[in-house]
Design a protein around this ligand. Structure first.
Ligand code: PEP
Ligand code: MG
Length: 887
């Protein structure tokens, strides 16, 4: 296998298509060299060698040594300098470069090739002894840090002392002799800390650096970065060895970084900074304040030091041409590093620039309108997940934050408000016009009203699919869940962050801010900025809609959520969870009476009171969704969820329901289940208490008839039966629904088109999908339960160990967030196929949380589902992801 690829001096063994092999940096250096840009010559050791390096226990085979020798010979040939030549030495940089850019995560060594002899040669050829000794000093410091892993502070300290002793303020005040002395000191430090002298053999230096860069791929910080950015460890990094060029050779030298457009807001203007007489690390280190690239930017900032455009007009003009050429060549905004050595421009890196979601949108739309890319490409360019940033209020990036702790970023957006510790208070204070943040150890369905009233929700327990997280996302409320660092005493109205004397205390009524996008919890109010949904956003969405095949619906229960969903472009409702309608403060008593009734007659009496309420819910929903399909799921959760759990609540609840306390307690005990998720829920409720489903079905059809009669825009109800595992269950429940429909149509004289179908959320349902499709007209994959039942992992308890599972690579991502395509995906594929075999026109959708996850949506496209259904705020994300899946 070939591992070394050369570039520069008219040679390019690779190009921009070789990113997987050469890493981003290596591929783009080769590409820039190939299109004739000034790139210092060098070579790349491919990412393929990274795996070999680890397999070989950190050894380098002879074949690689031979290839590297050829690479060095290439650089020597182009530069006319020899590596290790005391008279006129070649110096190189050694840098990492992975397939995906991992800014600042991995290691770099500059000025490699200097030793006690070559430093004299560099001094002679450059005519600048100070520069030579400063380069040597920097090299020893970097090498000791990165390769020898010695204590960095010891070197910094020696540098500081050297300056102090001489009464200097700046590094640049040090003279050649000072630096020569400092080098001696540094070498002493190395010997003392490392136990061996600083390597003088330039080849030893090179192999040490190459090993360190490959080694940095498995550093802790690189691992963390990969985990956060879903980068597989198997990709490996490449290593780039390149002739050094110097931006610190006097006032005609400089170094800088630039973007071809503004990465924060996307404006078409060069954006960047540079420093005269400096090396790249100085710009990054922030020791000196960099200067603006363009005069316009300098003027806008009211800054004094000359822009590059003013200070180096000729080189700037050349650079500007390179910017334009690179942007046209790569057809994307570029992030560029350059160096000017004594008036000559050198390009050190180009890559597609990272940008905010706002800039991504603007750049994609602008470039399509400029004709640089197609509309499809514009659609493909914007990361759907990043849209989340735009659809919610965000923290003002300029604001100061006093971060108390961090939890899981459970539902995006930022909000500030008074801390409240129970849902009733949240509701009352919100009704009085106050902004509140609801803080709970965990939430339950009884907190729905408080969550709705709150601007944001904070919980101490629970993962990304905990009740709080799912409900908050559905409502579009920012939520931080599972903030392990806090303890809550709801009765006393206090939250403590941290332990003991160190703990910080938030009392009820204090103002706090949460950021559901990052998981941060902050003291006090941090100002937010509102999202903007017109302009570029709207344009891109229209383009996306022109491309996608999958339809996009919303999971919504309330008219308000349904309206938001429509504004975001939902094409119907894919899941209306009717139980949410039962938790309403006024209705819950009727629900409880129904549960507490001794017999069917008692249940029917309570259900009769619930019917008009359900009907009015559906009327409102149908009005908002006029003419669009609305999938309504009949009651799903186990009945005990509607009963109180706290001793203190029993008396009030019993009184309201008109039963004795001990009756209530007995019934609650009767209903207790060891494993409610696998218990008496879903269609099992409908099978045992058909009158419940009958009432719900009646309410649906009466509402549909009312809306049809009133507006003429008849909704298309799709009645959905949850947790079906057998054909017979669905058959029984469909009979209940059909009977209710016929009764309503007969009573009202109006007939409505409707469909009856089922959730597919049990493995058995997937296996038996062929048979189930004989009865069901549609399937909606309930991937929350399907994931739970297929993996045998409880969605409510998984947070405790799933993070470890993801860290250990057992699952690539949280399977409740992003569909386990390999496992659960097989069941979905099978069910879709078997369902279609029976009923070719069966309608297939997904309504689990995965319906709003781009990777899962891509999978839905491959199995040919008809639609995905996501929470309202994720509808735009789903539209864009569906378009990308179709491209
Ligand atoms: C599901 O199980 O995927 C689903 C949508 O239903 P729920 O989350 O209400 O159980
Ligand atoms: Mg379910």
């Amino acid at each position: 296998t070939q591992y070394v690829y050369r570039f520069g001096g008219g040679v390019s063994d690779g190009g921009k298509g070789d990113r997987n092999l050469l890493g981003g940096k290596g591929a783009n250096l080769a590409e820039m060299a190939a299109i004739g840009l000034p790139v210092p010559p060098g070579f790349t050791i491919s990412t393929e060698f990274c795996a070999v390096y680890y397999d070989e226990g950190g050894q380098f085979p002879q074949s690689l040594r031979d290839e590297v020798a050829t690479g060095i010979a290439h650089i020597e040939g182009v530069t006319g300098k020899r590596f290790g030549n005391p008279a006129d030495p070649l110096l190189v940089s050694v840098r990492s470069g992975a397939r995906a850019s991992m800014p600042g995560m991995m290691d770099t060594v500059l000025n490699l090739g200097l030793n006690d002899q070559t430093v004299e040669g560099l001094a002679a050829t450059s005519g600048d002894a100070r520069f030579a000794w400063d380069s040597y000093r920097r090299f020893i410091q970097m090498y000791s840090d990165v390769v020898l892993e010695l204590d960095h502070d010891a070197f910094e300290e020696a540098l500081e002392i050297a300056k102090e002793d001489r009464g200097y303020f700046l590094d640049t005040d040090l003279t050649a002799d000072d630096l020569r002395g400092l080098v001696a000191e540094y070498k002493g430090l190395v010997e003392q800390l490392w136990g061996k002298p600083f390597p003088q053999d330039v080849h030893d230096q090179l192999w040490g650096a190459v090993g360190a860069v490959f080694g940095s791929w498995q550093s802790e910080r690189a691992k963390v970065y990969r985990r956060l950015n879903d980068i597989p460890a198997s990709w490996g990094t490449a290593v780039n060895v390149q002739a050094m060029v110097f931006g610190n050779m006097g006032d005609t030298s400089a170094t800088g970084v630039a973007f071809t457009r503004d990465p924060a807001i996307g404006t078409k203007a060069y954006y960047g900074e540079f420093l005269i007489n400096a090396q790249g690390e100085d710009v990054v280190a922030g020791i000196r304040t960099p200067q603006y690239l363009t005069t316009a930017a300098r003027a806008a900032a009211g800054a004094k030091p000359l822009s590059m455009e003013e200070a180096m007009p000729v080189v700037f003009a050349e650079l500007a041409k390179v910017f334009d050429l690179l942007e046209t060549h790569y057809r994307d905004m570029q992030d560029i590093e350059f160096t000017v050595q004594q008036g000559k421009l050198w390009m050190l890196q180009t890559r597609s620039g990272k940008r905010t979601a706002k800039a991504a949108l603007k750049i994609a739309v602008d470039m399509a309108e400029e004709g640089l890319i197609t509309r499809e490409e514009a659609v493909a360019r914007v990361d759907p997940a990043a849209l989340d940033q735009l659809l919610h209020p965000t923290l003002d990036p300029k604001a100061v934050r006093d971060v108390l702790t961090k939890g899981l970023p459970a539902s995006p957006g930022a909000a500030s408000g008074f801390a409240v510790f129970d849902s009733d208070t949240a509701e009352t204070r919100a009704a009085a016009g106050e902004a509140v943040i609801l803080i709970r150890t965990e939430t339950s369905p009884e907190d729905i009203h408080g969550m709705h009233a709150a601007k944001g929700i904070l919980t101490a327990r629970g993962g990304m699919t905990s009740h709080a997280a799912v409900v908050a996302r559905g409502m579009g409320r920012p939520c931080v869940s599972g903030a392990g660092g806090i303890s809550i005493d709801a009765k006393a109205g206090v939250m403590r962050v941290g332990l003991g004397a160190e703990a910080r205390v938030v009392n009820a009524g204090d103002i706090i801010t949460i950021d559901g996008t990052t998981g941060e919890v902050m003291a006090g109010e941090v100002p937010t900025v509102q999202p903007e949904l017109s302009g570029d956003f709207a344009t891109l969405m229209v383009w996306a809609d022109g491309v996608r095949r999958l339809r996009v619906r919303a999971n919504a229960e309330t008219p308000l959520d349904a309206k938001v969903a429509r504004e975001f472009g939902a094409e119907g409702i894919g899941l209306c969870r009717t139980e949410h309608m039962f938790f309403d403060a006024e209705r819950i008593t009727n629900v409880r009476q129904m549960i507490l009734a001794e017999d069917e007659a008692g249940r029917r009496a309570a259900l009769d009171k619930l019917l008009p309420e359900q009907r009015s819910d559906f009327v409102q929903l149908f009005e908002v969704m006029a003419g669009l399909p609305v999938t309504i799921r009949l009651l799903d959760p186990p009945l005990h969820e509607f009963l109180p759990h706290e001793e203190s609540e029993f008396a009030d609840v019993a009184a309201a329901a008109g039963v004795a306390v001990d009756v209530l307690k007995r019934r609650a005990a009767d209903l207790h289940e060891f494993n409610p998720m696998l218990g008496h829920r879903g269609c099992r409720l409908g099978v045992t208490y058909p009158e419940i489903y009958e009432m719900q079905a009646r309410a649906i059809f009466e509402a549909a008839v009312l809306v049809a009669q009133k507006s003429g825009a008849a909704p298309i109800p799709e009645v959905m039966i949850p947790l079906v595992g057998t054909r017979r269950e669905l058959e029984l429940m469909k009979a209940v629904v059909d009977k209710a429909a016929q009764a309503v149509f007969a009573d009202t004289g109006t007939t409505i088109t409707y469909h009856v179908g089922t959730m597919i959320e049990l493995p058995r349902a997937c296996l038996m999908a062929g048979e189930i499709a004989e009865v069901g007209e549609f399937f909606s994959f309930g991937t929350n339960d399907l994931t739970q039942t297929t993996l045998g992992v409880s969605r409510d308890d998984a947070a405790r160990f799933l993070t470890t599972y993801v860290e250990r690579g057992i699952y690539a991502r949280d399977p409740f967030v992003s569909l386990d395509v390999e496992g659960v995906g097989q069941l979905i594929g099978m069910a879709a196929e078997r369902g279609r075999a029976t009923r070719p026109d069966i309608k297939l959708g997904i309504c689990g949380e995965h319906g709003g996850d781009p990777a899962s949506i891509a999978f839905c496209e491959t199995v040919g589902l008809d639609y995905v259904s996501a929470s309202p705020y994720r509808v735009p994300i789903a539209r864009l992801a569906a378009a990308q899946a179709a491209l």
